[in-house]
Design a protein around this ligand. Structure first.
Ligand code: IPM
Ligand code: MG
Length: 371
């Protein structure tokens, strides 16, 4: 490998509360595999979210954005929490950091694996007999369109003095097609089944979504099994029999909601990783991406050393796979996490079922031993 290709340049944005705690462990895991594989990690750490507000007056400081622009990927922690909840909604860390990052790097494809190891089915709120082999599905969510970004998006005061707010849901064919391609590629590497979720019985955007998806798959992926489901039914089916899905594929807001449901049926938020991929290629010929755990900042357990680092570590694995093309290394990290949690039974409190629990650092140590 050329020197450049064996150097991984990424921005590290730990964020708030448990963000920095679990990020430290993910970086330790990366350092371990890098040492073994003669890979050089080249990263800088920068403030984002509440830390950005406190230290630079902005949830997404210019210097942080600049660092991201120089990088080939972003390893993101999590942002927000009670300390900043009194700020106006538009200035809150989640909205003022994550959404602009998604827009700035056109991170249109959000990939959220919904994975529950067979040995951990008791951690799911679903009855074990519904998921005898655990859960293995993936949600592909469109991330830069729809009602999150459509204009107009305002609140006005009407002549009679009452307020009126509007959000706009917009989709163009090209936006639907590019995310359909991600769903298809994902399904091709798995069970070859895509369920496209919409609300085509009510929404114009969903009518276009369904029409476009049908035409796109017919033309480019006729061999994949494509089905369609209304979002209300999909929410119900997820709770009834999640493994009926292989790839769940949907627009921005439906994906936001369904992926949280998916996270809870998979037992522990502390295990949920995600990748958000952009358009075009980075210097490794792969998509630029932002990689983050799905669980949030968990202010209630911050500073106690008990947060589950797995989601952050698994997000780092996704970064190796998607933005640096290091699929085998990613798989090795995923296998080490699985062995640690499911076979060795080394778990943090969120997935302990009353067994002895370990802290954040001991958990990462155990994963590193299994690498
Ligand atoms: C997510 C989050 C974000 C979203 C919030 C924090 C803006 O819920 O990544 O799912 O709604 O997209
Ligand atoms: Mg969400």
């Amino acid at each position: 490998m050329a020197d450049f290709m064996s150097t991984l340049t990424f921005a590290v944005l730990p964020g708030d509360y448990i963000g920095p705690e679990v990020m430290t462990e993910a970086l330790r895991v990366l350092a371990h595999v890098a040492r073994k594989e003669n890979i050089t990690l080249s990263y800088e750490i920068a403030d984002v979210g509440g830390a950005g507000i406190d230290n630079h007056g902005k949830a997404l400081p210019d210097s942080t954005l600049e660092l991201c622009r120089k990088s080939d990927a972003i390893l993101f922690g999590s942002v927000g929490g009670p300390k900043w909840e009194k700020l106006p909604p538009k200035e809150q860390p989640e909205r003022a950091a994550l959404l602009p990052l998604r827009k700035a790097f056109s991170l249109f494809a959000n990939i959220r694996p919904g994975l529950l190891y067979k040995d951990l089915v008791d951690a799911s709120p679903l009855k074990a007999e519904r998921i005898p082999n655990g859960i293995d599905i993936v949600c592909i969510r469109e991330l830069t369109g729809g009602i999150y970004f459509g204009q107009p998006k305002t609140t006005i005061t009407l002549p009679n003095g009452e307020e009126q707010a509007v959000d706009t849901m917009i989709y163009k064919t090209s936006e639907i097609e590019r995310i359909a391609e991600v769903a298809a590629v994902t399904a091709r590497a798995r069970g070859k089944r895509v369920c496209s979720v919409d609300k085509a019985n009510v929404l114009e955007t969903s009518v276009l979504w369904r029409k476009t998806v049908i035409a796109y798959f017919a033309k480019h992926h006729p061999d994949l099994a494509l089905t369609h489901m209304y979002v209300d039914n999909a929410a119900m089916q997820l709770a009834r029999d999640p493994n009926q899905f292989d790839v769940l594929f949907t627009e921005n807001m439906f994906g936001d909601i369904l992926s949280d449901e998916m996270a809870v049926i998979c037992g522990s938020l502390g295990m949920m990783s995600s990748a958000s991929l952009g358009v075009g290629s980075n210097r490794h010929g792969k998509p630029f991406g932002l990689y983050e755990p799905a669980g949030g900042t968990a202010p209630d357990i911050a500073g106690k050393g008990i947060a589950n680092p797995c989601a952050q570590i698994l997000s780092a694995a996704l970064m190796l796979r998607y933005s640096f093309g290091l699929d085998a290394l990613a798989t090795r990290i995923e296998a080490a996490v699985r062995k640690t949690v499911a076979v060795d039974g080394v778990r943090t409190g969120d997935i302990a079922f009353g067994r002895p629990t370990v802290g954040t650092i001991a958990m990462a140590d155990a994963i590193i031993r299994n690498l």
